[in-house]
Design a protein around this ligand. Structure first.
Ligand SMILES: Nc1ncnc2c1ncn2[C@@H]1O[C@H](COP(=O)(O)OP(=O)(O)OP(=O)(O)O)[C@@H](O)[C@H]1O
Ligand SMILES: [Mg+2]
Length: 316
């Protein structure tokens, strides 16, 4: 059904470039969708931090030079650690400044040589570097918001019957890269379509979406993942560079409402990334104690964000 050929560099050229580069020994997990604002950076960040917390060595690569959402979240995490005088487990962070296949391979080898997992956050548009990143993926995670506008880059459906009528541009690109990858002697890409920002209150709309999406695994050889609901928790801790599960490890925050943690654990398990139980709960290492006033201010701000109204006094 797919009308072949997408515009831009041909998949065989992309694969020829990748084949010339040194082989990557680590598992590569790529977050990509040509559709913008669907949660690629959010999911990449939560996945990278969760894997690091489970004891893995992770390199998180941000390919989005303009927004740098993933790199900023990880900078914020480092700043939080400094402000609180603790050290939290986290991924190594890399913002790829020069977009070439050579640079991507070189930086993975240089910065991520000892990492078991490489996470790549791809910007929401087609480009030569986006194609190379997707072609390198062992696992391709494509977040979609549960509505037909956002599903358009993957597939289109008849409004009358709900039947699939056309394959979208991003899905065509992925199909071509997978084919070229196999022809070049690499293993196939495991492709997962992850629903994000699901609003369970919109039941009727969600049922229609799910009925349409259920046609995709057979047509596009992908797996559907239930994903994450719409929750303030998944965006509100961005400025601290934290995921909800971090909060119980931080002094003064053990009363935090950490409702988002089981949902993240379920999503990670569904995409085959972390066996249950999710984390080892490594305790943060205490570093030098910051000045008392700035520490107090930072903690109070954090307490407000995670839903602790009354500042909790805890020994530092
Ligand atoms: N599960 C969620 N619940 C609530 N908000 C979310 C969730 N997932 C993502 N968001 C919010 O949606 C917005 C877009 O998310 P994000 O930046 O991760 O998308 P993106 O696909 O990386 O976007 P871009 O294409 O611009 O890079 C952000 O404000 C983010 O905080
Ligand atoms: Mg992004």
């Amino acid at each position: 059904m797919a009308n072949p050929s997408t515009e831009g560099e041909h998949a065989t050229v992309v694969l020829a470039d990748i084949s010339r580069r040194p082989k990557i020994g680590s598992r590569v997990i790529v977050f990509a969708n040509e559709k913008g604002g669907v949660g690629k950076s959010t999911l990449a960040f939560h996945t990278a931090v969760s894997l690091a917390k489970s004891g893995e060595k992770v390199l998180a690569i941000d390919l989005d030079r303009r927004q740098q959402s993933l790199a900023h979240a990880l900078e914020n995490r480092a700043a939080t650690c400094r402000s609180l005088g603790v050290e939290l487990p986290g991924p190594r962070s890399l913002l790829l400044e020069h977009h070439s296949g050579a640079m991507l391979a070189q930086e993975i080898a240089r910065v991520g040589a000892d990492c078991s997992t490489i996470i790549v956050d791809v910007p929401g548009n087609d480009s030569p570097i986006a194609r190379r990143a997707i072609a390198l993926a062992d696992k391709l995670i494509t977040p979609v918001n549960a509505n037909f506008v956002d599903l358009d880059s993957i597939a289109r459906f008849s409004p009358a019957t709900g039947r699939l009528t056309a394959i979208g541009s991003f899905a065509k690109l992925v199909a071509e890269l997978r084919e070229a990858r196999i022809a070049a002697g690499f293993s196939d890409i495991e492709w997962l379509l992850v629903k994000n920002r699901v609003r369970h209150s919109e039941r009727l709309q969600l049922d229609r979406f799910d009925a349409a999406a259920r046609q995709l695994p057979a047509q596009l050889d992908l797996s559907l993942v239930e994903g994450l609901p719409e929750r303030v928790a998944f965006r509100d801790l961005f400025m601290f560079g934290l995921i909800h599960d971090d909060c119980r490890m931080l002094p003064g925050l053990n009363g935090a409402r950490i409702g988002a943690t089981p949902e993240l654990a379920a999503m990670l398990q569904e995409v085959g990334l972390i066996p249950d139980p999710l984390h080892k709960h490594v305790q943060p290492v205490r570093r030098s104690r910051p000045p008392a006033r700035s520490l107090q201010r930072y903690r109070q701000s954090l307490q407000r964000h995670v839903g602790i109204e009354e500042p909790v006094s805890a020994p530092l």
